[in-house]
Write a protein that binds this ligand. Structure first.
Ligand SMILES: [Fe+2]
Length: 348
């Protein structure tokens, strides 16, 4: 496995890059906007293809690199279901998995620092975000934080992982890089408590100032969505369909709906009847000269209508398809989320 722990010194943030092999697919956890160039350089050197960028929660102390990485690599952005972010490609919940080639992260909802805090687990390590830090725990006094939730997440979820599990947090302010579950249980001063109330008494009396970047970072981090409607300049025309516009076309035999989501998302949320399944990670190949989608469209009146969970992957797919010469490709703005809210039909 390729594993990199990268440090951003202004906010003392750790960013993690994971891949199963050189030349394979990669994911990144908690990227920082200012460091995006260096991540891209690292991917190039290791011949990695970034396919997923994950934030453990909405950060208050730095601006996330999720939007910039999506714009530059067309990767899928991933956050928890509770995150009040205008658009991410894929939302996860407790018990889900995040898969890339050769690697699977188990998703643990670990609220407390914020209500949208998640941890991600591999067999030998856990990425704890700001829920559990080395000899500390994430503050619980803003962004819907809760010391009760923090206690539950730490004691009933993270500390139930095997003792030797490596703990990789999102921050460290003293230069520590890694710990283990057993070490934190034994030596983390905030965890030497006998009850939830005792823990809450510590957390509710920390008297911390707000992070310097908070007023800038939180608004920026909840507005990372991309334009889903086209360039508005008339060059490419409008390529975003509303749900109503899409519904009006689905019975047209020249229209092919293409579902870009992963199997688990399709099982959880249903599928628009009659659609083709092409996972987003395969889109480059499928719209290329020998791809199934380009062959379907070639020499016919067929129009591709992409959709995904929230409209972000599908907007990127439209750009990829149009770059490959499939100039009629469009997508459903807001994805299955908008489709469901409009009460439009689903199967499965
Ligand atoms: Fe945080």
């Amino acid at each position: 496995m390729i594993f990199r722990q990268l440090f951003e010194p202004v906010s003392c943030t750790y960013t993690y890059v994971l891949a199963s092999r050189r030349g394979g697919e990669a994911l990144i956890i908690d990227p920082v906007l200012d460091r995006v160039d260096s991540y891209i350089e690292l991917f190039a050197r290791l011949e990695l293809r970034l396919v997923k960028a994950i934030d453990t929660h909405v950060h208050a102390d730095h601006i996330t690199g999720l939007g910039a990485l999506r714009d530059r690599t067309k990767c899928i952005t991933v956050m928890g279901r509770e995150s009040a972010v205008d658009a991410v490609s894929m939302r996860v919940a407790d018990g889900d998995t995040i898969d890339i080639e050769g690697l699977r992260l188990d998703v643990l909802h670990t609220p407390g620092h914020t209500d949208d805090s998640y941890s991600f687990v591999l067999p030998d390590r856990v990425f704890t975000g700001d829920t559990l830090l080395i000899r500390g725990t994430g503050r619980t006094d803003f962004q819907h934080g809760s010391s009760d939730d923090s206690y539950e997440s730490i004691f009933n979820k993270l500390l139930t992982l095997p003792d030797e599990t490596l703990v990789y947090p999102a921050h460290d302010y003293k230069g520590e890089t890694v710990s283990t579950v057993a070490e934190e249980r034994a030596f983390n001063p905030r965890l030497q408590v006998s009850s939830k109330a005792e823990y809450a008494a510590i957390m509710d009396n920390l008297g911390l100032a707000n992070p310097k970047m908070m007023d800038v970072a939180v608004p920026a981090n909840v507005a990372i969505g991309m334009a889903q409607t086209g360039d508005g300049e008339g060059k490419d025309g409008d390529w975003g369909l509303t749900v109503d516009q899409a519904r009006a076309r689905i019975d047209n035999p020249d229209v092919i709906l293409v579902d870009l989501r992963e199997d688990a998302e399709r099982r959880q949320n249903g599928v628009i009847p009659g659609s083709l399944h092409v996972p987003y990670v395969d889109i480059d190949d499928q719209v290329g000269p020998s791809g199934v989608l380009s062959q379907l469209v070639h020499g016919s009146e067929t129009q591709l209508v992409f959709y995904c969970a929230y409209g972000e992957r599908s907007a990127l797919a439209v750009q990829t398809a149009r770059d490959s010469g499939l100039s009629e490709a469009v997508h459903i703005m807001g994805g299955i989320d908008a489709w469901k809210k409009a009460g439009a039909p689903l199967e499965g």
